[in-house]
Design a protein around this ligand. Structure first.
Ligand SMILES: Nc1nc2c(ncn2[C@@H]2O[C@H](COP(=O)(O)OP(=O)(O)OP(=O)(O)O)[C@@H](O)[C@H]2O)c(=O)[nH]1
Ligand SMILES: [Mg+2]
Length: 307
């Protein structure tokens, strides 16, 4: 990218909020590429994922985080910790609310944290395109909280649609305006994410399975990429282990005559090929029952949820 004579600016932007509010959709929209998986299921994102936007005016590094939720196991606790501490080291905090749903306890939790955040903060009321959009309920909750705490912190609200792009340019301009001047880019100009390849591919497979399975299984589903075989004809073979908690879930993941796994492969293989500039990709999945894997620190580490 050609740099212009104006001074470069760069900022680390932590994107936080409750689960399902649209944080990953927003980061993908702002970066202009899919760096983080998205689904209608709560607790989709399990890692911190950096999405990097490079423009002539500078670089914004967005930190997508797991959404705050009521943790039910070690994995959930780790995810909440990733969410809570995301602002540390960031230049700007962006709190995303789902404006099409009622105000939840986790939303109020983020408002409380924002009261004392020491960095510039934005409140985004997302899903402006959705029916039942009710930004006033959030603004009232914020006003009530300020009254109770006796504070008067002025945080700008932006009504946006991450899905359709409404007001996303306005947000980018505001973020660049706040970004400190830097002598050079923080990350190489050509990368959109520094999330490790194996973890990114594991997430792509998990996203396809979540979308097929919806209900109970997805939360107890883990994907580990064992090996990536890079062939001379610019194709890859990806060996993946899909972890489930109970024997009954194994059949659900495989599906009738292997249908669910086949659908996962059909959706993920072209996406991986496109993301990595390949002429083809073959996924070889193996489903394994690993009781309570989400409490096992060794596995949590392998899946990138610790460390
Ligand atoms: N209508 C509408 N839907 C949206 C918008 N942004 C996100 N969604 C939907 O909301 C759901 C959750 O989106 P995600 O981006 O996965 O939410 P998240 O905050 O990253 O969720 P977690 O990773 O679970 O914390 C998905 O079904 C998205 O398609 C929006 O602007 N409008
Ligand atoms: Mg997410």
């Amino acid at each position: 990218m050609e740099k212009c004579s104006q001074q470069l600016r760069a900022a680390m932007v932590a994107v936080v909020g409750r689960t399902n509010s649209g944080k990953s959709t927003l980061v993908n929209r702002l970066v202009g590429e899919k760096v983080s998986i998205v689904s209608g299921m709560e607790q989709t994102t399990r890692n911190r994922i950096r999405g990097i936007l490079t423009e002539t005016r500078g670089q914004l590094v967005f930190l997508d985080t797991p959404g705050a939720h009521k943790a039910e196991n070690e994995l959930g606790t780790l995810m909440n910790k990733m969410s809570r501490t995301a602002g540390e080291g960031a230049d700007v905090l962006v709190v995303v609310f789902d404006g099409s749903a009622p105000v939840r306890m986790e939303d109020e939790g983020w408002m409380s944290r924002a009261l004392f955040a020491e960095i510039p903060t934005f409140f985004l009321l997302n899903k402006a395109d959705a029916p039942g959009y009710q930004p006033e309920a959030f603004k009232s909750a914020w006003a009530r909280l300020q009254e109770t705490k006796g504070t008067t912190r002025n945080i700008p609200w932006l009504e946006i649609s991450a899905a359709e792009g409404q007001s996303c340019e306005v947000l980018l301009d505001a973020l660049f305006d706040l970004a400190p001047e830097v002598p050079e880019f923080l990350f190489p100009e050509e990368i959109v994410s520094d999330f490790p390849r194996k973890l990114a591919i594991a997430d792509m497979l998990r996203e396809k399975l979540i979308r097929k399975l919806y209900q109970e299984v997805p939360h107890e589903l883990g994907v580990r990429i064992e090996t990536i075989e890079e062939h001379e004809d610019n194709t890859w073979t990806v060996n993946a282990t899909i972890l489930v908690n109970r024997p009954s879930q194994k059949g659900m993941v495989i599906g009738n005559k292997g249908r669910t796994l086949r659908a996962m492969r059909r959706a993920a293989e072209p996406e991986i090929a496109e993301a990595y500039g390949l002429d083809g990709c073959k996924i070889v999945p193996f489903v394994r029952v690993e009781p309570k894997w989400f409490k096992n620190h060794f596995i949590l580490k392998e899946l990138g949820y610790i460390g």
